[in-house]
Design a protein around this ligand. Sequence first.
Ligand code: ATP
Ligand code: MG
Length: 369
Amino acid sequence: MSSASALRAPVPHATPAPAREQVLRPEVNEAHVRFIGLGKTYPGQAHPALHGIDLNIRRGEIFGIIGRSGAGKSSLLRTINRLEQPSEGRVLIDQVDIAPFDEDRLVSLRRRIGMIFQHFNLMSAKTVWQNVELPLKVAGVAKAERQRKVRELLELVGLEQKHHVYPAQLSGGQKQRVGIARALVHDPQILLCDEATSALDPETTASILDLLRDINRRLGLTIVLITHEMAVIRDICQRVVVLERGEVVEQGEVWQVFGAPRHEVTRTLLAPLQTKLPAALQANLRAQPVSQDAAVLLRLQLVGEPELSALFTDLGGRVRLLQGGVETIGEHALGQLVLAVRGSALGAHQLLERARRWAADVEVLGYVD
Ligand SMILES: Nc1ncnc2c1ncn2[C@@H]1O[C@H](COP(=O)(O)OP(=O)(O)OP(=O)(O)O)[C@@H](O)[C@H]1O
Ligand SMILES: [Mg+2]
């Protein structure tokens, strides 16, 4: 299997030199964003929204944050540009602790960090052009430069023909393209996306993901992305973290976490990506075998291309394939198989152990007669 680092998109531009006085340990210097012992308790709340978060986000990667509603995803994301102030711990951007930043440094930090949202946050009384131009005006950029920048960005997001229309006349996907153009006006190095595709249909989502991938590659931007759509993580992220009750419960390369999720929360979150069993089969599924000759149903997650004949021989008995499919994450093939094993000398537990020799993850779904 090739190294995981091959998954990372190439970063075309040079990395800015970190502030000399704040350079930390060399082994983590590749981290673009670093959380150290981060905690956040909102006023009046008994439980912390974030607790003990230690995490590195690498320069130029697309990093996903997942977790159930209320797990702390937005709170974590918003500490990166200090829209949220941590109660404990530190956030380092380019090795620099952003906690002591005064108003001026915060403004310049926020220009280096673009953000897009689920509901686009466009100004309805302004045209597409004016929406993108506004932050440049606020920053006091001269007119000629503003025009050059807005034209360049509208071209990048494919909206040059729509520059004169108002948001109400745009589709959801087009509105998000305006949001992306606006987020890029100050040539940020980081783009934060909080549920940026959640209001979009699958086809539009795919086109926005293509755009984000393109921006990531062409501009070398680090993208940090929250989504409840696991397919988005699968399709675009290199690494992912799973939050639960404000803590990190799992993190790693997407192909590894999705291929063999370890934590119960991750399994639950990933369930929508699993092909559903046919209704008739589901209806006949039992938790315990009813007869001696009952078939054991196993769901296997395979990474790479294991030899199935050897797996079947190992399981013994008669193995039938009920469902199967292979998808590719980065350059890794992830397969999913549902097998019915009948007449094997092995019990369910032993079958599980055997199947684990071949599969990254195995689950006994139940029994059918
Ligand atoms: N401004 C606030 N004041 C008080 N509590 C808050 C505030 N913002 C968030 N919380 C609480 O902090 C916890 C984490 O919230 P957060 O918005 O970060 O979760 P999330 O993972 O983004 O959820 P969702 O998927 O629903 O967007 C929740 O319990 C939430 O109620
Ligand atoms: Mg949120």
